[in-house]
Design a protein around this ligand. Structure first.
Ligand code: ASP
Length: 474
């Protein structure tokens, strides 16, 4: 009940933010001190407090959520056929979802639409100001190659990224160096070495080395299963820790009505109607691609699960609706389990195992959304001084892989996908502050992706149940 209340509050906050933002945009004078002061407060309550709070918990939340997900499996020996089929289904459908998203965003090109390009122009104007300011303060030419890294460090500081100038120089120095490397070396430096880094360093880096965290968490979870009884305290610890992280996320979500209202108001006041229009294309791309993915899921249910798609949809409609309104797969889980067993006649042996793991790890909607979002941002901002990333084949591959892992790492709570998007952004080197623009529509898209996540879990249970019915005697 509380979550549904929060949902209405968020909708109210969005509405108020929308009206206030339009009013400020139409009647406010962007140059006046009053206008700037208002934007300062809106950004403080929206971006700084709320988004800052969410960023604060990225690293521990990903670690705890993945270890908990992996250790939800009963044991290495019991996993057997059910575990293998479940994981095969989860990975392949999540991969299909990301691929559909990538194809959709590459076809629709929401980031290249006129409205998006207007938003880009706004950013170009800000960068021009930064360039003048840099020259004025340091006396150095920002265009000169020898000053480039220093200038970009300055830009990052101005944008409020929580990264020190020296860390930034190191990061951008490495990125510049990477430009001259071949794909093999890029794979080694961009994927392999971060994955195998010291987990404590991975957790404490700013932004965190999420690839390293995910890999170490997966390894820890699997090793816990292999160790068995002696690892039980560790498993218990991470379960508790995961709960704590979920609780903190839910506390933060209480700020969401006010903060999301502030983010929307600030965005519309400063960017005007173009931003909404450009986000309109982006939202339509996400929702359209999700629609295509739902058709794929229903086809799998019909062909492999041998169940009528209408019976399937009817059987899980309550869970779908609850997911849509609460935007939390975890909150929906009891209903998903109940309806899957009762209405879809899935054996408890299958449902009790696949659905909790699925709620934590199988998030097709989230994975699809993360891929679309990052590519949209690169389309919109690519080529700016501090956006060195391009949509090359290797980057699309990195986006594909990290979106799959980021969705596995996302907790089953509202807006978790928004947090783990930092994984995909930092993997390709997109500065995190560029993600702000899509926060405003995150709640709306969370409704669609969470309900798809839950539908994907239920479909997985139906399919594994059908494939295992002889063996399990169901
Ligand atoms: N809210 C989603 C879920 O609970 C996760 C996400 O934010 O994408 O499944």
């Amino acid at each position: 009940m509380k979550r549904i209340d929060l949902h209405y509050l968020i909708l109210m906050g969005m509405g108020i933010g929308l009206v206030a933002g339009f009013a400020l945009h139409l009647w406010g004078d962007p140059k006046s001190a009053g206008f700037q002061q208002t934007i300062w407060w809106l950004d403080l309550l929206g971006k700084d407090v709320f988004i800052g709070g969410l960023k604060m918990i990225i690293a521990p939340l990903i670690f705890a959520s993945i270890v908990t997900g992996v250790t939800s499996l009963p044991s290495m020996t019991e996993i057997g056929a059910v575990g293998l089929k479940t994981f095969l289904y989860y990975f392949s459908t999540t991969g299909i979802a990301v691929a559909i998203g990538i194809v959709a965003v590459m076809i629709v090109q929401p980031g290249h639409r006129d409205a998006s390009q207007n938003v880009r122009e706004e950013r170009v104007a800000v960068m021009d100001e930064y360039r003048d300011l840099y020259q004025e303060r340091t006396g150095n030419d920002p265009e000169a190659p020898e000053n480039r890294v220093d200038y970009l460090a300055f830009v990052s500081q101005r944008d409020g990224e929580q990264i020190s100038a020296s860390e930034f120089r190191e990061k951008f120095g490495a990125m510049q160096e990477a430009e001259s490397r071949g794909p093999g070396e890029l794979f080694r430096q961009g994927l392999l070495l971060p994955i195998l880094s010291n987990p404590f360093t991975a957790l404490s880096e700013s932004p965190p080395n999420t690839l390293g965290i995910i890999f170490f968490a997966l390894l820890t979870g699997i090793a816990c299963l292999a160790v068995g009884t002696a690892a039980e305290p560790v498993v218990g610890f991470f379960r508790g820790f995961n709960e704590i992280m979920m609780t903190i996320t839910l506390w933060l979500m209480r700020l969401a009505p006010v903060s999301i209202g502030c983010i929307i108001a600030s965005m519309i006041a400063t960017l005007g109607f173009d931003a909404l229009q450009s986000l309109g294309w982006y939202c339509m791309t996400v929702i359209g691609a999700i629609g295509v993915h739902v058709l794929v899921i229903l086809t799998l249910v019909a062909v492999v699960g041998r169940m009528s798609p209408f019976a399937f949809l009817k059987g899980i409609r309550d869970a779908w609706l609850i997911a849509f309104t609460t935007t939390s797969s975890a909150a929906t889980l009891p209903v998903t389990i109940h309806r899957t067993k009762e209405n879809l006649k899935v054996s408890p042996k299958v449902a009790d195992f696949t659905l909790p793991v699925g709620a934590t790890m199988n998030m097709d909607g989230t994975a699809l959304y993360e891929g679309v979002a990052i590519i949209f941002l690169i389309q919109m901002y690519g080529g700016l001084d501090d956006v060195l990333v391009s949509l090359s084949g290797i980057n699309l591959f990195i986006i594909f892989v990290t979106a799959v892992f980021a969705s596995i790492g996302a907790a089953a709570v509202p807006s978790a996908g928004l947090i783990t998007m930092a994984i995909v952004a930092s993997a390709v080197g997109l500065p995190l502050h560029y993600i702000y623009i899509i926060y405003a529509v995150d709640h709306l898209l969370d409704m669609f992706r969470t309900s798809t996540n839950v539908m994907g879990d239920a479909a997985g249970a139906v399919i594994v149940n059908r494939l295992e019915e002889g063996r399990l005697g169901t």
